[in-house]
Design a protein around this ligand. Structure first.
Ligand code: AVI
Length: 329
């Protein structure tokens, strides 16, 4: 059994902008049982750049499936939202896959696009990527999803519908109940008739899933391990990255793929800004992310349980992935 974390004197207290990160690290690494770190911290500048590379890997077909569907069905999707529409995107990333939808909207009318992103570099990339589209206005929000969406809703002009994009199966990084709760919170910010385009990665064979989350080149491993370098950099910790390995495993009950960082040996890591030292047993893991996979059919009920109705669904033929158009009831 690993012992409880020890308190160590803090050499440098964390600056205010790191206080939440620091308390999440303390909470996640000092709880009894499974250690964990929230997956949102995977996305600093390096993590966002690595995720961009992941999306090009042959093993990880998710992003390409998402893009294919949006490219193929952009006009159909846009036609289902009549009248003036403002587009908000939760977690825009580089914004590349959003181009097809925005071009379709802008062919019809001048369109405001509000990307909401916690990664500053991704937001800058996104604005650079899409600013050449004719008749578009882009205002980015460097915020958490719901905070950003609340601000976007305040910008809404009367008679304008809000169309929220939550693509790339980011919903899968919530467990199922938390996913429904999140969608219900989005719904509360919207008005009846507003739309939500929700990308969901669908269930597929476990060998395919494991390869997608543990690629041959080791990019996903670097993406995962970067979280420890972030704790080192931001909180002055002394994680030795060579003493941890990336681990991807299927959780059949939760219908998810989990990413962990596994300690190669017994070791103690000190995190001065958090005033703790954490002991790891050989083989012990930090759980860093879950990616839940869906069946195409469950979206009807998920939508209903969160205050939407599932109006339409498009499924990719090469990589099981669905775009679901939900309308706020
Ligand atoms: C952003 N999110 C949907 C990705 C996923 O598939 O869960 C993040 C990712 N993690 C490992 N590879 C990609």
């Amino acid at each position: 059994m690993a012992s409880a974390p020890r308190m160590v004197p803090s050499a440098v207290p964390p600056p205010p902008e790191l206080a939440e990160f620091c308390s999440d690290v303390v909470l996640g690494l000092s709880q009894p049982g499974q250690k964990e770190l929230p997956s949102k911290y995977l996305y600093d500048n390096v993590g966002s750049a690595l995720f961009e590379v992941i999306s090009h890997l042959p093993e990880y077909g998710l992003t390409r499936a998402d893009e294919r569907l949006l490219r193929r069905h952009a006009d159909e999707i846009v036609d289902r939202l009549t009248g003036p529409v403002a587009v908000a995107e939760l977690g825009s990333g580089s914004g590349k896959k959003t181009r097809w939808l925005l071009e379709a909207f802008c062919r019809r009318q001048r369109t405001s696009y509000y990307p909401v992103e916690i990664s500053h570099s991704a937001l800058v990339m996104c604005e650079r990527e899409l600013r050449d589209i004719d008749r578009i206005s882009i205002v980015g929000f460097e915020r958490e999803y719901l905070d950003g969406l609340l601000e976007v809703a305040a910008y809404r002009k009367s008679g304008q519908r809000l169309f929220v994009l939550f693509l790339g199966s980011t919903i899968g990084n919530f467990d199922r109940p938390a996913g429904v709760k999140f969608l219900a919170e989005v719904r509360r910010i919207l008005q009846p008739g507003d739309g939500l385009l929700l990308g969901t990665d669908l269930e597929k064979p476990s060998t395919q899933l494991l390869a997608a989350y543990d690629d041959e080149l080791g990019v996903t491993a670097a993406f995962n391990l970067n979280l420890l370098s972030r704790v080192n950099r931001d909180l002055g910790a002394d994680f030795d990255l060579r003493q941890f390995t990336h681990l991807a495993k299927i959780n059949y009950k939760a219908r998810s793929v989990e990413m962990h960082l596994q300690s190669k040996r017994r070791q103690i890591v000190s995190i001065p800004a958090a005033e703790i030292a954490v002991e790891f047993r050989e083989g012990e893991t930090i759980w860093t992310e879950s990616s839940h996979k869906y069946s195409a059919d469950e979206m009807t009920e998920t939508a209903r349980n969160s205050g939407f109705r599932c109006e339409a669904q498009w499924i990719d033929e090469q990589w099981p992935f669905a775009e679901n158009l939900l309308i706020a009831e």
